[in-house]
Ligand binder design. Structure first.
Ligand SMILES: C[S@@+](CC[C@H](N)C(=O)[O-])C[C@H]1O[C@@H](n2cnc3c(N)ncnc32)[C@H](O)[C@@H]1O
Length: 196
């Protein structure tokens, strides 16, 4: 079950709050969108250190991550609405049509196989369920060259700097409901899709 990224995230878990400072504004928007939805059954894949847990209102939260160190930190922020498990997003141990929402926050470019994670997301979502994908997306303009130049370095940090959502076949099974762009160059986006 051990993944190549686990070793990195197990070691990096104590420093992750520093990254979170930078990501705060986009995450506030993520929680606003999620908390505007009826409070239901939500799965966060790659829940990390659990920094999000206190921001979800009364949704019933299941958080999974492959890194045990991340899960152990997240457990300190656990409350009665939250269940945490060490599990691989590429092979979810939940039945079909189980969740109303799935959150993929800065995870889709970290997992080894984004295609499998989206296939699994589709499977565990109920019909009309929503997936919230917060991430960087390689732009089609000149900025794509920056992502390409970072591609080698990004592997050391276990993420893909070049990422086109259209390259994932499973995304075509979903309907795009909303696209929220952040920053001057719209490099970070929150995409909200529905299982149609
Ligand atoms: C960049 S962190 C993002 C954490 C959090 N979602 C956030 O937005 O701050 C990526 C997380 O995904 C986890 N991860 C990597 N591959 C995974 C997989 N196949 N299944 C579940 N979690 C995974 C890592 O261990 C890490 O905690």
């Amino acid at each position: 079950m051990s993944k190549p990224s686990d070793n990195f995230y197990n070691k990096f878990s104590v420093f992750y709050p520093l990254v979170d400072v930078f990501l705060k504004p986009q995450k506030q928007r993520l929680f606003q969108e999620i908390n505007n939805c009826p409070f239901e059954n939500l799965l966060e894949i790659g829940v990390g250190n659990g920094a999000h847990l206190s921001f979800y209102k009364t949704h019933k939260i299941t958080g999974i991550d492959t890194s045990l160190a991340m899960i152990e930190i997240a457990r300190k922020k656990q409350n009665a609405n939250v269940e945490l498990m060490q599990m691989d997003g590429e092979n979810l141990l939940f039945p079909d049509c189980y969740f109303d929402y799935v959150v993929l926050s800065h995870v889709i470019t970290v997992v080894d196989n984004s295609e499998k994670v989206l296939e699994e997301t589709y499977r565990v979502l109920k019909p009309n369920g929503k997936v919230f994908i917060l991430n960087h997306f390689t732009p089609k303009n000149w900025l794509r060259h920056i992502d390409k130049s970072f591609n080698g370095v990004s592997k050391i940090f276990h993420f893909k700097s070049v990422f086109y959502i259209d390259s994932i076949k499973a995304i075509k099974k979903f309907t795009l409901l909303k696209e929220i762009e952040f920053g001057k160059f719209s490099y970070f986006k929150l995409l909200i899709f529905c299982k149609s």
